[in-house]
Design a protein around this ligand. Sequence first.
Ligand code: GLU
Length: 604
Amino acid sequence: MRIRRMTALAALTLSIPLFVPVTPAHAGANVDASRPGKASSVAEGYGGAISTVDPTATSVGLDVLRRGGNAVDAAVAAAATLGVTEPFSAGIGGGGFFVYYDARKRAVYTIDGREAAPMTMREDAFVNPATGEAYKFPEARVSGVSVGVPGTLMTWQEALRRWGTRTLAASLAPAAGVAERGFPVDATFSSQVAENQAAFGQFGSTSALYLPGGQPPAVGSTHRNPDLAATYRLISRNGVDEFYRGVVARDIVATVQHPPVAQQRIGKWDYEIRPGTMAMSDLARYRVRTPEPTHSQYRGLDVYGMATPSSGGTAVGEALNILEGSNLRALPKAQALHRYLEASALAFADRNRYVGDYTSRGTLEQLLSDGFAAERACLVDPAHALPKPVAPGVPDGSYGGCSRAAAGEANTQGTHTTNLTVADRWGNVVEYTLTIEQTGGNAMVVPGRGFLLNNELTDFNFTNTQAPAADPNLPGPGKRPRSSMSPTIVLAHGKPYLAVGSPGGSTIITTVLQILIGRLDLGLTLPDAIAAPRATQRNTASVQAEPAFLNSPEAKELERMGHAFAANPEIGAATGIEFRRDGRMLAAAEPTRRGGGAAAVVSP
Ligand code: GLU
């Protein structure tokens, strides 16, 4: 359904090129050529490539590449457009993680634009003082308490300053145009409003923008966001200081401290809407960080990911290290999937116990060490699934047997975000995941500014999940909540080979992992690895799996081995690019999940 948006948009914005045709060799079952608009989930060619979940954003990024912009320029322009067309998953009210391969330096760099807690946030921020109980999730989410200081705009500025060739103003301009002219509402957009109708209906600013006549916008109607266009232009004129210290900062703080609850609410909301304590000083002190990427080796390749506060890099890396001892390619498919599920569960146990914003470098190194992986891998029984949850291991640098373990538990996280992958003709690559946490963030549009605030601080654990051990992911002043976002760049002999990422809360980790082993071990093409039915084991009693996975013969075998399954209609919405030895780039997005994504190349 997303594709429809492009048809009308292309008519509106003639400067934005149409999509390149699908390369038949890779089209296969992944592409529905009958859909209008020519947006495709697969494209192959030269001179630069881009893949996002949305045809308008892909189109804007492709245009930047065609006009000589580099991967960073295109990524920022595309992300700013996603803030308009995917406002429930991405935008300047949120945060994210930007991973960059610099072709000249032959090195991978990252930007941590994760939201930060206000300095007043206490460990018990999500515990109701009246009852001593943790808030229910919707009550925590739709509040001022859940809002972290947004990092997205500063991420864009920092990426452009360090590696880009265009200004922030130039990068925001196409997106401002889309916001002002509008775009046709598709089924995904409309349904994302519908699933948020009760929450959005509590706030005048949000219902005015997203509930015209009290209802979700009709599919095919034109959605305009002039306030967001004006906000982008204000920032273009005055710089990001306007957002972190100026009038936009003032409006964010007012929204957090005095949620803009409507006089006439639409629909019923069963929870108290609590204010937060974020202050102007919290916005003013916000900085992006630039940590070293995580690094692990897998089958001779170098895998780079996101360091803390994301757990993505360590969890994907640890699971790959555990799997490296198995020859997945040679094993029957069910056996390979069994090892994938077990490695995921083990890595999640360790993530939950050890990974948070302040995890020491030493612990992170141990989690990614071969010795620790070997100790964890020897717990895997080829014939039987381990009882879940499994206990975390002890990453203390002294490894030997299978026996050492602490005690386990489960985890939760939201399900929506967005991801994009871009490469340019010079060989630079961006893998970028950005989010406002839940679909619809905390449901509050900043009045007059046209963007939703995040609820990222609900990614903290509300109470200790690891007792009697310490929980690394409890709230704290200035602290950043643990993420699962896993933008990943894989190098072969120092050059890009694969870049991939996905939304999906904590399932991001397993989605990225499953795509990597699909491509690297199981003989799938990148488009097929992205399209493949997914299953996710995050150290819980049952494996969540998509219907096509549940119906596969392998699922029956896995059940016989003791894996329990629960259905999940859709897991993740990935994008990726593969780099061929001859210089060709193969860009791939989802063929159907979230309405299908859009991949394009500069020269097919
Ligand atoms: N907030 C989640 C995280 O940082 C992402 C949200 C999602 O993808 O649903 O891991």
